[in-house]
Write a protein that binds this ligand. Structure first.
Ligand SMILES: O=c1[nH]c(=O)c2ncn([C@@H]3O[C@H](COP(=O)(O)OP(=O)(O)OP(=O)(O)O)[C@@H](O)[C@H]3O)c2[nH]1
Ligand SMILES: [Mg+2]
Length: 188
């Protein structure tokens, strides 16, 4: 059964703001709690499922979590789910230098939402992917690697240079939330 209200568990206020903005036109009510969840190593799906199970146990009820990956095609999809640590060490300014020795700068932003009704319940997965390339930082460096990712579907701007509504319309997160809201509509 689909929920009337989603409890989004995240420690990232930028993610939360985007999810709120994207869901605002859908009528889905969103609650949120910041819980620091340990994240395992593994495939994108394994990490998201485990994160969701831990969140459901921590909260003792229905939860939505999200894990974002940035996959370099030249790196066989790494850093993927580990991108946060690369970004923290390097900063957005030096982030592009990771691909300095590679001709192929293409990358994919991948967003995976995972929902569970409660502890021990099945986990549903909703994923969105946006193709682009890694460039020298352009635009605000407020949110993660936004200033270093230029989506192919855009007008040559990085995510950080785009107005928020334009980013949300083509972003990995927007696409994943479209699948989630489709499921909510079909179930209610
Ligand atoms: O430029 C960006 N545009 C985005 O749209 C985006 N979404 C996430 N990120 C960053 O990528 C890493 C994911 O790690 P992550 O999924 O574990 O997130 P997190 O630990 O910050 O929050 P959470 O796990 O509590 O939800 C973190 O460094 C996030 O800041 C983004 N950067
Ligand atoms: Mg995290």
């Amino acid at each position: 059964m689909a929920p009337k209200e989603l409890n989004f568990i995240t420690g990232n206020k930028h993610k939360l703001a985007e999810v709120q903005a994207i869901l605002s036109s859908t009528g889905v009510r969103l609650e949120s709690r910041a819980v620091d969840l340990p994240e395992i190593q593994g495939s994108i799906e394994e990490i998201s499922r485990d994160k969701c199970k831990r969140a459901a146990e921590a909260v003792g009820g229905p939860v939505l979590v999200e894990d974002t990956c940035l996959c370099f095609n030249a790196w066989d999809e790494l850093p993927g789910p580990y991108v946060k640590h690369f970004l923290t060490s390097l900063s957005a300014q030096k982030f592009h230098s990771l691909l300095a020795g590679f001709e192929d700068k293409s990358a994919q932003a991948v967003c995976t939402f995972a929902y569970a009704e409660g502890p021990g319940k099945d986990v549903m997965i909703f994923q969105g992917r946006t193709e682009g390339k890694i460039v020298e930082s352009r635009g605000s460096t407020d949110f993660g690697w936004d200033s270093c990712f230029e989506p192919t579907e855009g007008k040559g701007q990085t995510y950080a240079e785009m107005p928020k509504n334009e980013k949300n319309a083509i972003s990995h997160r927007g696409k994943a939330l479209a699948k989630l809201t489709e499921w909510l509509k079909a179930e209610t």
